[in-house]
Write a protein that binds this ligand. Structure first.
Ligand code: NAD
Length: 479
């Protein structure tokens, strides 16, 4: 692998001038490489490059934006092996998730939003003759300006694509900040910008930690922030944004429920129920980790789960059969294991899986299913971001809905059972997305985002494009 350790500022690949950071391989626990993060001067340079590019009008032509986005998509597709490999190495994502999610979604995003890049969104309101002052009006939609696009470590290129594709299509310029834990795939993507014909300054990529993130989000020349990450950092980002009153899109954590309706066929839903939250070692925002099972089916569910868990392959992310790879860091695995230990210490028990696999090196843990806890316990309140599910009994469907909604988060939910019954339950859930019987592939045209503290705003769909547009009303007096 030929890595790129250079940032992209104003169309140039430049070495970071800030502190050195090391990117580790979660699968081996060993360093992949070291690079220098952006200095605070370079943060300013990246923002000012985006500002100048925006103000110069170099990105104002919709047809050109469409063509450039399509070329970027073609180049990402052509380089998917290399960029996918970087994601496997730095995130530990199992290989079988690369094509459908880690690369497939940003590819689809670039093409989907390219088709919107030359749309004229202007609404002609026509004359207002009823007033004492006759007038006519149009409402334009203008790009919001310079966007800071900050991504979490777990799906780096996917999240970058979901931010830059609609922002660029809308006519904005961007500064991308990937997680310092997994910046390498994003930096490889940065090498494609020139070839795609992205004008200098339109897309800048910098790397850094909280200090760089704070400098970027507080910068007065950044007009909008699109952030994906934890609730805690999302809160900090909102406070930082408040200093210069800029808008935020926040895609934050989840503690999603998986409701198994009383009439569901347990043997057939068991795989989808468990596989959905153990993939990527549980490091997925919408992972449905609170599994609600009718009390009459609890025993059967647990015994089926015990038979199923040994079939979930944990191990080397490069192995095509691996379902659950390593967690991102030793510290993160210790955090997840701490939740499991405290749940057990306070009366819960591990009913399937548990512990660590017998693998040398790397930050692996086995998928774990816990029973005997209550929805009030911390393991049911906090997002763990690991391959750990809890199973909770319910007496009737109303109680299942109450438990599912009893969370300060509201990102997603899964429901298994007869579709029409499930749709009625879905309508009562306070979450941004509901997937019935596994749902389907990610749809570019359907919005995703959180209720409650899971976030503000939406990604995917036309909703996401609107996050990067400001309405402007132009009214003129008429006779
Ligand atoms: P994180 O919140 O620790 O970090 C996210 C990003 O914020 C990183 O790039 C980090 O460097 C940056 N950052 C840190 N401090 C900052 C600051 N003060 N200002 C600006 N930026 C700052 O999250 P993580 O550990 O990388 O990712 C896991 C979290 O992301 C989970 O909570 C998960 O649910 C969430 N997530 C949400 C979605 C979604 O679509 N809702 C998708 C994926 C991940």
């Amino acid at each position: 692998m030929t890595w790129n350790t250079k940032l992209v500022i104003n169309g140039k690949l430049v070495a970071g001038e800030g502190a050195e950071i090391t990117v580790d391989s979660p699968a081996t626990g060993k360093p992949i490489l070291a690079l220098n993060q952006a200095s605070l001067v370079q943060v300013d340079e990246a923002v000012m490059a985006a500002r100048s590019a925006f103000d110069s009008g170099v990105w104002a032509d919709g047809a050109e934006r469409r063509d450039v986005l399509l070329r970027l998509a073609d180049l990402l597709e052509a380089h998917q092996e290399e960029i996918g490999a970087a994601i496997i190495d730095e995130v530990g994502t199992p290989k079988n998730l690369i094509a459908p999610l880690q690369i497939g979604v940003p590819l689809a995003a670039l093409r989907y939003y390219a088709a919107m890049a030359d749309r004229d969104h202007t609404r002609d309101l026509g004359p207002d003759q009823n007033s004492a002052m006759p007038s006519a009006s149009i409402v334009r939609q203008v790009p919001v300006g310079v966007v800071a696009a900050i991504t979490a470590y777990n799906y780096p290129v996917l999240m970058m694509g979901l931010k830059i594709a609609p922002a660029l299509a809308a006519g904005c310029t961007v500064v991308v900040l990937p997680s310092p834990q997994a910046p390498l795939a994003t930096l490889l993507f940065g090498k494609l910008l020139k070839e795609a014909g992205v004008p200098d300054g339109v897309v800048n990529i910098i790397v850094g930690g909280a200090d760089v993130g704070a400098a970027l989000t507080e910068h007065p020349e950044v007009d909008k922030i699109s952030f994906t990450g934890s609730v805690g950092v999302g809160r900090a980002v909102m406070q930082q944004a408040a200093k210069t009153i800029k808008g935020v899109v926040l895609e934050l954590g989840g503690k999603s429920a998986s409701i198994i309706l009383p009439d569901a066929d347990l043997p057939s839903v068991l795989g989808p129920v468990h596989l959905r939250y153990v993939r990527n070692a549980g490091q997925g925002c919408a992972s449905p980790t609170r599994i609600l099972v009718h009390e009459s089916k609890m025993e059967e569910f647990i015994s089926l789960s015990q038979a199923f868990f040994p079939s979930i392959k944990v191990g080397d992310p490069w192995d095509e059969d691996t379902v659950s790879g390593p967690l991102i860091s030793e510290a993160h695995r210790a955090r997840v294991e701490g939740y499991v230990e405290r749940a057990v210490a306070s009366g819960g028990h591990i009913v399937a899986g548990g512990g660590r696999p017998n693998i040398d090196g790397g930050w692996y843990m086995n998928p774990t299913l816990i029973a005997g806890v209550s929805n009030e316990d911390e393991i049911c309140r906090d997002e763990l971001f690991g391959p750990v599910g809890v199973v909770l009994p319910y007496r009737d469907i109303e109680e299942a809905i109450t438990i599912a909604n009893d969370s300060y988060l509201g990102l997603a939910a899964a429901i298994f059972g007869p579709t029409e019954d499930a749709k009625r339950v879905a309508a009562k859930l306070r979450v941004g997305s509901v997937y019935i019987n596994g749902g389907g592939a990610m749809r570019m045209d359907a919005p995703m985002g959180g209720f409650k503290q899971s976030g503000i705003g939406r990604e995917y769909g036309e909703e996401s494009l609107r996050e990067y547009l400001e309405p402007q009303h132009i009214q003129w007096a008429s006779s």
